[in-house]
Design a protein around this ligand. Structure first.
Ligand code: ATP
Ligand code: MG
Length: 453
């Protein structure tokens, strides 16, 4: 009985041949590739059950191949073959999703055992994945330390009796998404999730919007109207941008949060409210308190259950997964094929600053999906402001404070770096490209662009 197809990607042909002989006699089928690129192509074409992947290949590093596999939506399990002394890199590979690694020279029986374990695990995984997908219903993507901690906090506060939760983090980090997630995992999940952007309404309207108004309470209030607090009954009220609320409304919110009751605008009787409030802000409320723009008592009330949402920079490890996620979801939305990210592009995007956080990343993938459906994205397809960061960002320069003629400065810096690399490599372009961590192709294109001979 055939036990499955194994793709071996390794440039040591003799080693590959001996593995082939042993594994074939053990009823596996074998496919071989001697370069990373060929490995990627065969992984895509042949859909093997398992990949044995060397860490050092002539064209690409094993880690790059691994990342590329994931970016091409190939989820075949991978066992890394590492040379003695490469343990650190091998561990990094496992962090990047490899099943395990084995150090060369290895005992072939040990390898066989590892293969068996890997395939067995794969089988179990696909059996339980249906249940696991249901359990892991969280819509939030990411497995970095920061994200795991966040998911843990979400689960804790969602299930707690806390009536007030505060989300703090810069724009685009996912506060709204987290608020929804807290709602979905909570006892209030059957109730409504009502979202209010506190910054978008003038003071009086916001008060009426939240707490409702009696007829005639203000000009234009021609009938009694209920507020969002009432609408959110037995559910979650999400107060976005709470840092923007005026001091007068802050006082009313404090009363509401402390007594769980409120009065509509224009008097009327006191109403009880059973809602959980999740508030969010991208301001630093502690500072706002110091400068007198935010009531300290409201701050302390909100701060009982605070969650600090990490920026994308603080959880860079999640970037490949997020890129993959948005490549797929945007393609589904557009009804097109997902874009593929080339190695340089993927590396560059992982280093990029992402000051707009997940929203910026999502917008980029949307743009690429619309412009280049199904295509492999190269550096020159990225928005110009990103492209100009590429070479420099892989070296040690920082770009924060460059003055106006940024394009020119970048070009001349890029030129210097490239000329230096060429010089160091004794004029050998391949070597210089490798030193800079870019492909030969991209290197040549740069030479042309910058007019270097
Ligand atoms: N962990 C995540 N996994 C997948 N998608 C995410 C994640 N976090 C955020 N998103 C998506 O990224 C986008 C931006 O997130 P969101 O609107 O929640 O950010 P925000 O912090 O509320 O920003 P703002 O402060 O500007 O309101 C949304 O489309 C959201 O669905
Ligand atoms: Mg938001």
């Amino acid at each position: 009985m055939n036990k499955g197809l194994i793709l071996i990607v390794d440039d040591e042909q003799r080693l590959v041949r001996s593995m082939q002989i042993v594994l074939e006699s053990d009823d596996y089928s074998i496919a071989k590739a001697y370069t990373g690129q060929d490995g990627l192509n065969k992984a895509q074409e042949l859909e093997p059950d398992l990949i044995l992947l060397d860490l050092r290949l002539p064209d690409l590093s094993g880690i790059d191949v691994l990342k590329q596999l994931r970016l091409r939506h190939i989820v075949t399990p991978v066992i890394m073959l590492s040379a003695h002394g490469d343990i650190k890199v091998a561990v990094e590979a496992v962090k990047n999703g490899a099943f395990d690694f084995i150090s060369k020279p290895f005992d072939i029986n040990e390898l066989k055992l590892l293969i068996q374990r890997c395939l067995e695990r794969q089988r179990l995984d696909s059996e339980v994945s249906y249940y696991r997908n249901r359990a892991l219903s969280s819509s939030l993507i990411g497995q970095s330390e920061g994200m795991v901690r966040l998911q843990d906090q979400i689960a804790r506060v969602a299930g707690s009796s806390a009536k007030t939760i505060l989300l703090q983090g810069p724009s685009g980090t996912g506060k709204t998404a987290i608020a929804r997630e807290i709602h979905n995992q909570s006892n209030f999940a059957e109730g409504p999730f009502i979202e209010v952007n506190c910054a978008s309404l003038p003071e009086q309207l916001l008060e009426a919007e939240l707490f409702g108004a009696e007829k005639g309470a203000y000009t234009g209030a021609d009938k009694k109207r209920s507020g969002l607090v009432e609408l959110a009954s037995d559910g979650t009220l999400f107060l976005d941008e709470i840092g923007e609320v005026s001091l007068a409304i802050q006082a009313k919110l404090l009363t509401f949060l402390e007594s769980h009751s409120y009065r509509p605008v224009g008097g009327g009787r006191e109403h009880k409210a059973n809602v959980r409030v999740v508030a969010a802000t991208n301001l630093d409320l502690a500072t706002a308190v110091q400068s007198g723009n935010f009531r300290s008592d409201l701050y302390y009330r909100l701060n009982v259950m605070p969650i600090d949402v990490p920026t994308l920079q603080q959880r860079r490890q999640d970037i490949p997964m997020l890129l993959e996620h948005f490549a797929l979801t945007m393609a589904a939305k557009e009804g097109s094929a997902p874009v593929l990210l080339g190695i340089e592009v993927a590396a560059m995007l992982q280093d990029y600053g992402w000051s707009g956080n997940i929203r910026e990343l999502k917008n980029l993938m949307e743009r690429l999906t619309i412009l280049y459906p199904g295509e492999e994205i190269e550096l020159d397809m990225l928005p110009p402001e990103m492209q100009s960061l590429v070479v420099v960002s892989t070296k040690t320069e920082t770009l924060q404070s460059l003055p106006a003629t940024i394009e020119d400065q970048l070009a001349s810096k890029e030129k210097r770096i490239i000329q230096q690399a060429l010089e160091d490599a004794g004029g050998r372009k391949g070597l210089a490209a490798e030193e800079l961590g870019i492909s030969r192709h991209a290197f040549k294109r740069r030479l042309q662009k910058l007019g270097i001979d």
